[in-house]
Ligand binder design. Structure first.
Ligand code: NDP
Length: 316
């Protein structure tokens, strides 16, 4: 029988490319967790995913109620869950004003971090209850841009969570700042901060659950996939110049197809089952265990982030 993987944001870019690789392998049933049902269904058909290899289930990560509803629907589908991939993200680099989730959190951190935080916590119950299986994984897509120990991570505005005061206040722009560190809204920074949260969450889950449950927790930077919808809100000039810049100058460019193969490896390759790892790939496309920046590997910050996030999504 096939294993089951949930991929959030599987309607485009990296998520879709990964869904395609796994569906084509014949070994996986892909649950596409998407906010736009029709778009996801069309995307799956357009890339030629076999009809019985996937199910689209609605999930809007910018609404905690929608996340809960999604978990209910997954449970009702009766498929035992093997792997969860937290991949969806929004990036608002040109927004002048903050936008908000249904629950009133700044949209980038609310979607990329808090929505996935609730989803991963709820689904731990479903993943760990499968016995005699060594391929149970929770994967959270990270990014180089949140890692200040890299050149890309040093392009301003840099990620920085500070003492998490804005997050603790609820990121609502009324009682607290919309930025985790406090201060004025900056969409590019909010995205980078959310990616640091993703990487910290993966490590905290590893510390809390790996030994107890045997589940593998991993994050990754698949390379710069300069052509995806992630940049849809960026200036047109940026969108024209960014792909060739990444291809010929930084040489960090990867195609959506190659990036999909990389994430699919983290899902299913038996040799990539070590827990707590942040995976990257070298120029020969070989995977290696990469190092995170100081902030993205700060265990104390990870714990604090966890406790605040639990309160915000009403888990504690
Ligand atoms: P895309 O914009 O192509 O894909 C993002 C996906 O997230 C889309 O399917 C989008 O849905 C979905 N999404 C957005 N908001 C929500 C929401 N509220 N609820 C559910 N789904 C939502 O970008 P990428 O493929 O590039 O991004 C995928 C991941 O890769 C992200 O985590 C990103 O941070 C990461 N990444 C990307 C890099 C790159 O160079 N592109 C580099 C490093 C990491 P819809 O189709 O409906 O818009």
């Amino acid at each position: 029988t096939k294993s089951t993987v949930i991929i959030t944001g599987a309607s485009s870019g990296l998520g879709l490319a990964t869904a395609k690789v796994l569906a084509d392998s014949g070994e996986w049933h892909v649950i596409m967790a998407c906010r736009d049902f029709l778009k996801a269904e069309r995307a799956a058909r357009a890339v030629g995913m076999p009809k019985d290899s996937y199910t689209v289930i609605h999930c809007d990560l910018s609404s905690l109620n929608s996340v809960k509803q999604f978990v209910d629907n997954v449970r009702q589908s009766g498929r035992p869950l093997d792997v969860l991939v937290c991949n969806a993200a929004v990036y608002l680099p040109t927004a002048k004003e903050p936008r908000y989730t249904a629950d009133g959190f700044e949209l980038s951190v609310g979607t990329n971090h808090l929505g996935h935080f609730l989803l991963a916590n709820m689904l731990m119950e479903d993943i760990q209850h499968k016995e005699n299986d060594t391929n149970r994984r929770v994967i959270i897509v990270g990014s180089i841009t949140g890692n200040t120990n890299t050149i890309a991570g040093n392009v301003p505005p840099k990620a920085n969570l500070g003492d998490l005061r804005g997050l603790a206040g609820g990121l609502d722009g009324v009682r607290s700042s919309v930025m985790i560190v406090g201060g004025e809204f900056d969409g590019a920074k909010a995205y980078k901060d959310s990616k640091v949260c993703n990487m910290l969450t993966m490590q905290e889950m590893h510390r809390r659950f790996h030994e107890k449950t045997g589940v593998t927790f991993a994050s990754l930077y698949p390379g710069c996939i300069a052509t995806t919808g992630l940049f849809r809100e960026h200036y047109q000039l940026f969108r024209t110049l960014f792909p060739p810049f990444q291809k010929y100058i930084t040489k960090g460019y990867v195609s959506e197809e190659e990036a999909g193969k990389r994430l699919a490896q983290v899902v299913s390759d038996p040799t990539l089952n070590k827990s707590g790892v942040y995976w990257s790939w070298n120029n020969q496309s070989n995977s290696f265990e990469n190092e995170l920046s100081q902030e993205a590997s700060d265990a104390e910050k990870a714990k604090k982030l966890w406790e605040i996030s639990e309160k915000l999504v009403n888990l504690s």
